[in-house]
Ligand binder design. Structure first.
Ligand SMILES: [Mn+2]
Length: 233
């Protein structure tokens, strides 16, 4: 079976609880729609677990994009760009919860940290797959500056990790094709409590149930693509 969740945001407890709930096994596959890191207490543990699973793939989110723009300098792999450029990238990441990720990374060895950075850098920006009769395009946030027929590889990272999708107008005619995204907590779209996976008229499915905001009722949602069943922790 194929499971998709997103925006775990360093919350290692929810991560393990979800894998247990769906009874994730070697016969299944897992697609994580980015934003594994930041805010929560152990982003590194989640990356290290995902990295060693042959049947798991993680798509890049805006938080991974922020991390990869700072970590090479922090780890002294590259010379820092101008002080102001580095400072603004660093401040921006810290304001978005990057401090928790840095603390988590420094609990592990140098080599583990470097492997995590390499993993983040190599994350794909999108994934398309067919499951049964449905076709899915998966990105972290949405497709900014969308043009019909434009090949996916021509979209920039920013367009795929920061864009909020239109929930009313479908991007394509094909009624069997869905866009699955995270990034926008569904509690910002619908008042439903507790928050649920949101299936928009435009065939956009938002699976981010606000796990980063558990203190105000957010939770981790997961979608199984074969039968569209939903799971929550
Ligand atoms: Mn995001």
């Amino acid at each position: 079976m194929t499971y998709v969740f997103s925006d775990v945001h360093g919350d290692v407890d929810s991560y393990w609880k979800m894998l247990k709930l769906i009874r994730f096994s070697k016969e299944d596959r897992l697609i994580v729609l980015g934003d594994v890191c930041d805010r929560g207490n152990d982003s590194a543990e989640i990356y290290l677990d995902l990295m060693q699973r042959k049947n798991a793939v993680c798509i890049k989110g805006n938080h991974e994009l922020m991390a990869e723009s700072v970590l090479p300098y922090m780890f002294s792999l590259e010379r820092k760009p101008s002080r102001s450029r580095y400072k603004s990238a660093y401040d921006n990441w810290m304001e978005n919860g990057g401090d928790a990720t840095v603390l988590s990374l420094y609990r592990y060895s140098d080599s583990a940290r470097l492997r995590i950075l390499e993993y983040i850098r190599e994350m794909p920006l999108y994934l398309s797959l067919t499951v049964g009769e449905r076709e899915f395009l998966l990105v972290h946030a949405g497709i900014g500056d969308y043009a019909e027929g434009k090949p996916m590889e021509e979209y920039t990272a920013r367009e795929l990790v920061w864009s909020v999708p239109d929930l009313h107008t479908p991007l394509w005619e094909d009624k069997n094709k869905y866009l699955i995204v995270g990034h926008t907590p569904t509690m910002l779209i619908s008042r439903q409590k507790p928050p649920m996976i949101y299936r928009a008229k435009s065939r956009v499915i938002d699976i981010d149930c606000g796990n980063a905001y558990r203190s105000v009722g957010g939770r981790l949602g997961c979608l199984r693509l074969e039968d569209m069943q939903e799971f929550y922790v």
